[in-house]
Write a protein that binds this ligand. Sequence first.
Ligand code: PAF
Length: 287
Amino acid sequence: MDVTTRIETVRERVDAARAAGKRIGFVPTMGALHAGHVSLMEAAGRRCEYVVVSIFVNPTQFGPNEDFDAYPRDITADRQICESAGVELVFAPGVGDMYPSRNLTWVTVESLTEGLCGRHRRGHFRGVTTVCNKLFNIVRPDAAFFGQKDAQQAIVVKRMVADTNLPLEVAICPTLREADGLAMSSRNVYLSTGERADALLLYRALTKAESMVRQGERNCSQLVSAMRAVMQSGAVVVEYISIVDTETLYDLAEIEDVALIAVAARVGKTRLIDNIVVDLNKPQGAI
Ligand code: PAF
């Protein structure tokens, strides 16, 4: 496995792999890798012969009062995880490599970024779509792999790729969960034992809503109230509970066939998000 901080080296390695007839799979990450990331690397490995992982804590997607400085970083552990997952190339640039001068060019996706996390993290998606656009132009993958855990991010990036005619497929893979249902996240390391128990209420609220829908409840206000009650049974500060269309991300009043049910909350100082897709035509929904 090669590890580089240099954009030129990425271009050389990827050019060589493509010249050898290999498909290039790409998993963009901010490091602090866990089994959820590994599942993305494995999905990339099943579809592509050459897998690139980027590890870059992107400052432009953090707000001034967010956890950019505290964000967990462990490049040694991350390298080992990538190596075991059969990754060919790790691109781990510094901030100066990705943003050599004050950034004047931004990629923004309208409408899809206005609700959910976009409402509570102003400027976040502008940072995400800008860095993904830069990474896609550096790596030039055939396919990039994102987790459904960050559903709005995946939908926004997919739209950015379509709207700017980037020649790659955006593949969205299922959320990986701990045995008790907690969605895997790099931020879970912030949780104390008590907070870890409260964090599970996000998933409990989602499964409560899903079972209500399966039993015939279609009214989103009723579903949101029931979810709020579950989340507020512990020390969870709800940021949002939303039931939205999976394409437009507009709020739904009633569930007709498919809906994204998404939550964000603070448990102690840690902000967590999770979601499920309910599809009345299938046992399990996906975006
Ligand atoms: O999901 C993440 O880890 C980040 O938002 C991403 C896609 C790597 C962009 O910095």
